[in-house]
Ligand binder design. Sequence first.
Ligand SMILES: [Zn+2]
Length: 173
Amino acid sequence: MSACGQDPCACDPEKVFELADGSLDSGREREVRGHLASCDGCRELYERELDLNAFLSSLDFSRTRPRSVCQGVAMALPTRPAKVRILWGLLAGALLVAALVSLELNGAQPVILAMNILGACWGLVAGSADVAHAVLAAAGTTILLALALGALIDILIALAVVSVSRGRRAREA
Ligand SMILES: [Zn+2]
């Protein structure tokens, strides 16, 4: 049934997420850690979750760090203003186009470009509205300015890449 090969299988991804977020009580934590020691699948999940948490907190967009990326996005998106969600959609589209175009142009590091734009997208969603007020109060305008500037630069890069590609295609036609 599951990759862990235990009988009965004790795999519980929800518990793994909670362990990675440090939200289990000590008895439960010992239990889940014991399971991780004997289950490659769950240990992999746990390490990936830790990486994602580290990535998110390194972005420092949100003081109310989501319990996991998927849950965080799922909770954040529906509560955002429509404008921000449209912007997110546009940026996601730009991200896709930029990644494809960059790949087509010279195969140069589309993943890094994608990560930059994705980071900007996340900043727009997570850094908007209520979180923005909290960050503003706590850290002043510096972070928000840096975020806005970073997002702007990423969009400009994406646009530049796209327009260069269009120009090249027009000349070849
Ligand atoms: Zn398992």
